[in-house]
Design a protein around this ligand. Structure first.
Ligand code: DP6
Length: 359
């Protein structure tokens, strides 16, 4: 390590995920342990993803991070938890070509530089923290030759942002809430790979790319403290829904999948209204999209399209196949033309996909 003129880098790309059974509420704020299980679909990394490059060099004097080109502080507990957990599992790294040899015990003395880019609006309710922390943990683990399996890495990403644990896998993913007080069994598992139900098409109608007023973290804290509906939901509703959703995914039962997805999204936003003071993530355009989809589904006698909204006004619409997706896009453009009246500005089409390692 006498030679200070080297730098070792890893780049990785991680997609975001969209919950179809929502996570909302923690039982432990520091370890980020949820009050219920959740299920999500991981998107195609080409559309909504984070790309992160992590670098290590003896010439770096401190850990530093840049998000979308702007330096941000790593002082927060969440970044520190992820860095600490990965460093504690680091192993020897040898790069003969570059003449680099890092011993396990050296990692505590070396500093990292992290550069992360989102190819979509940050903090606008499009799960940017999910892709961001998943990518951070994944790329640091590669850099430091961490040998843990993906599930264990997901438990580390969870300590950055809860929903991030689900982005460590592609396809359909369940975050098991776990029972242990230290969070060791609160991690993500893959329910089905991205090829299992590859007819599904996901369309995101970007209603607004502005940053949300209430972050998910503070919103869910307020709900835990004040919403009776949230506690009823986590104990009485979600456990049954998780089983039904797992079955719908396994059997590719679109009507059940759509019904559960829409109902769960609506209950999550009902919890937000039940919070004191109430939290409004959706806007008028979001409500009009829901009314339109409900009318369409009812007119056909069976669900054609599923909708779900996270902590923001943007609609995530899921069609069973390309044919319905094309019809859906035509209808969206006709009923919600991009204009000054509706602030519906753009659409992103995404298929499900596996985590892609660009390193
Ligand atoms: C509505 O994972 O962003 O998207 O754990 O505090 O970082 P923290 O919250 P975050 O919350 C996501 C909430 C949600 C639902 C979901 O993704 O399950």
């Amino acid at each position: 390590m006498a030679n200070k003129n080297w730098i070792l880098m890893v780049t990785a790309q991680t997609p975001t995920n969209i919950a179809v059974i929502k996570y909302w509420g923690k039982r432990d704020e520091t370890l980020i342990l949820p009050i219920n299980d959740s299920i999500s679909v991981t998107l195609d990394p080409e559309h909504l993803c984070t790309t992160t490059t992590v670098a290590v060099s003896p010439s770096f004097e401190s850990d530093k991070m840049w998000l979308n080109g702007k330096e941000i502080s790593l002082a927060g507990g969440r970044y520190q938890s992820c860095l600490r957990e990965i460093r504690s599992r680091a192993n020897d790294v040898e790069d003969e070509e570059k003449g680099i040899s890092i011993k396990k015990q050296d990692w505590d003395k070396l500093h990292v530089h992290i550069a992360s880019f989102n190819n979509f609006p940050t903090a606008a309710g499009l799960a940017s923290s999910a892709a961001g922390f998943a990518c951070l943990v994944y790329s640091l683990a590669k850099l430091m030759n961490v040998k843990e399996e993906q599930g264990k890495l997901s438990a580390i990403a969870r300590q950055g942002s809860g929903s991030a644990c689900r982005s460590l896998f592609g396809g359909f993913v369940k975050w098991i809430m776990g029972n242990e007080a230290n969070g060791s069994d609160s991690m993500a598992v893959q329910l089905a790979s991205e090829t299992h139900w590859d007819d599904l098409v996901i369309i995101i109608a970007v209603v607004s790319s502005r940053q949300k007023e209430t972050s998910s973290t503070s919103g869910m804290r307020e709900s835990v403290d004040t919403s009776p509906l949230l506690h009823y939901r986590s104990k009485e509703v979600v456990p049954k829904r998780i089983l039904q959703m797992e079955e719908a995914i396994k059997t590719r039962d679109f009507p059940s999948f759509a019904k559960l997805t829409c109902t769960d999204s609506n209950q999550f936003h009902a919890v937000c209204l039940d919070t004191s003071p109430p939290i409004f993530y959706m806007n008028d355009t979001s409500h009009r999209i829901i009314s339109y989809m409900e009318k369409w589904n009812r007119s056909q006698g069976t669900p054609q399209v599923a909708y779900t909204f996270d902590a923001g006004p943007n609609a995530v619409l899921i069609a069973p196949n390309r044919k319905v997706a094309t019809l859906l896009l035509q209808r969206l453009l006709f009923y919600f033309p991009p204009s000054a009246d509706t602030d519906l500005s753009s659409f992103v089409i995404g298929d499900k996909s596996l985590l892609k390692d660009a390193g």
